[in-house]
Ligand binder design. Structure first.
Ligand SMILES: Cc1cc2nc3c(=O)[nH]c(=O)nc-3n(C[C@H](O)[C@H](O)[C@H](O)COP(=O)(O)OP(=O)(O)OC[C@H]3O[C@@H](n4cnc5c(N)ncnc54)[C@H](O)[C@@H]3O)c2cc1C
Length: 375
């Protein structure tokens, strides 16, 4: 988010004095680098759908747009589809989301269990199952996208400072700058909080209480004895368990669970895969009952506990303090649209896509936005 916003700001106005303060330029614990890198159209809120429509076009031209010194980034964008298996109890909600997606010209198909079996013969959906398939959904390399934005923003004049923000400075209801761990306190009339899972800590240093929790999510890479004939789409079961093909003949598997630890915990646990995820996956794809766990990792969702949606814009009670936070499990794909929107808001430009529904005002008013497709 930090580098996307920096890029979108500075491409509009190269005279801006803009610094991105990042404490870890390797991004080893940044959610963007630890993400599944999925982009999907299958949301139920119009704005989230439109954000993804923009992501599809921005990702398709990303390598060309982010060329620096004639070297394009390689983001490995693969559009292998997303298949959401519908919980029979949620069929009405799925139908509503599906018709909205169709109204908005999205390429999504409704499949019966027979359609699912025909397309993916290893799958064993129940006869009563159905699914929606987003033909343009897919995945990309999140770290490469971060670096693409970073290098392009830097080439246009954004400065990258390796430091940790310890405090937001303010006076008379307006931001005045930041204080950093190295002892610097640069002045700035505008500060944008893009601290991901650490966003609540940064905001708290200005006395602002954001409903954002860091929650650990784990991903596992497995090598199955039986391989599918072609790539498997990101397949999401009603329980929330998901898997998809990864390069090297591997599969990535994950699931958000109610007892996932809250806090800055990056330890992953193979027992969770063995005890919970594997049996659940093998019930849907019996061919995967023989597999080797190759590796795993843990990253953090910045969960917006009010409504699991983005918080975008200026904090109503502190002038010049902007938020791009709370993306929960779907922020990486939102980086292009959020970067563009935040730049428009800050530079007072007309909006290509109005995202004011995500305004921080709803946090103060405790008015959640409804999105039934969020994972
Ligand atoms: C396992 C997993 C799977 C996911 N899958 C998907 C997916 O398929 N699709 C999708 O769209 N999203 C997915 N997400 C969510 C997505 O990764 C995030 O929503 C998105 O990357 C958030 O970007 P960000 O820039 O806000 O945060 P981050 O990428 O975490 O960046 C925040 C940065 O702020 C820095 N920072 C924090 N505090 C300070 C400070 N005080 N001073 C200086 N620097 C600081 C950190 O070092 C970090 O680099 C997934 C997340 C996880 C963990």
């Amino acid at each position: 988010m930090g580098s996307s916003i920096a890029y979108h700001l500075i491409r509009r106005d190269t005279s801006l004095k803009l610094a991105v303060v990042e404490r870890d330029p390797t991004y080893a614990r940044a959610s963007s680098a630890l993400s599944m890198g999925n982009a999907r159209i299958q949301f139920s809120l119009g704005e989230n759908i439109r954000i993804s429509q923009y992501a599809f076009s921005a990702l398709a031209r990303f390598e060309e747009e982010m060329i620096v010194n004639e070297i394009p980034p390689n983001i490995s964008y693969r559009r292998e589809g997303n298949l959401m298996i519908i919980d029979p109890d949620m069929t009405d909600a799925a139908k509503q989301a599906f018709s909205l997606q169709q109204e908005l010209d999205c390429r999504v198909e409704w499949w019966s269990s027979e359609d699912i079996r025909q397309r993916y013969p290893l799958y064993r959906p129940a006869d009563t199952d159905s699914g929606t398939f987003g033909t343009e959904d897919g995945h990309f390399d999140g770290y490469a996208v971060v670096m693409g934005y970073r290098k392009k923003a830097a080439s246009l004049g954004a400065v990258y400072l390796q430091d940790s923000v310890t405090r937001i400075l303010h006076g008379n209801g307006h931001v005045t700058g930041i204080e950093t761990a190295s002892g610097d306190s640069p002045a700035a009339p505008i500060v944008i909080n893009c601290a991901g899972a650490w966003a609540a800590d940064v905001a708290l240093s200005a006395g602002i209480d954001l409903p954002i929790l860091p929650i650990m999510r784990q991903v596992f890479a497995i090598d199955t004895a039986i391989k599918p004939d072609g790539p498997l789409p990101l397949t999401v079961l009603p329980s929330g368990l998901y898997f998809r093909s990864e390069t090297g003949g591997l599969l990535l598997v994950g699931k958000s669970m109610d007892d996932d630890p809250v806090g800055f915990d990056f330890s992953w646990d193979d027992k969770r895969f063995m005890d919970v995820l594997w049996p659940e996956m093998a019930a849907f794809v019996p061919a995967f009952d023989r597999a080797k766990l190759v590796r795993g990792w843990a990253g953090l969702y910045a969960v917006n506990t009010l409504d699991s949606n983005a918080i975008l814009g200026e904090w109503p009670e502190l002038g010049g303090f902007y938020l791009a936070n709370g993306f929960s499990g779907h922020g990486l794909q939102q980086a292009p649209a959020v970067g563009r929107y935040m730049a428009e808001v800050i530079l007072n430009l007309p909006h290509e896509l109005d995202l004011s529904i995500f305004s921080p005002k709803r946090i103060l008013g405790k008015k959640p936005i409804s999105e039934k497709g969020v994972i």
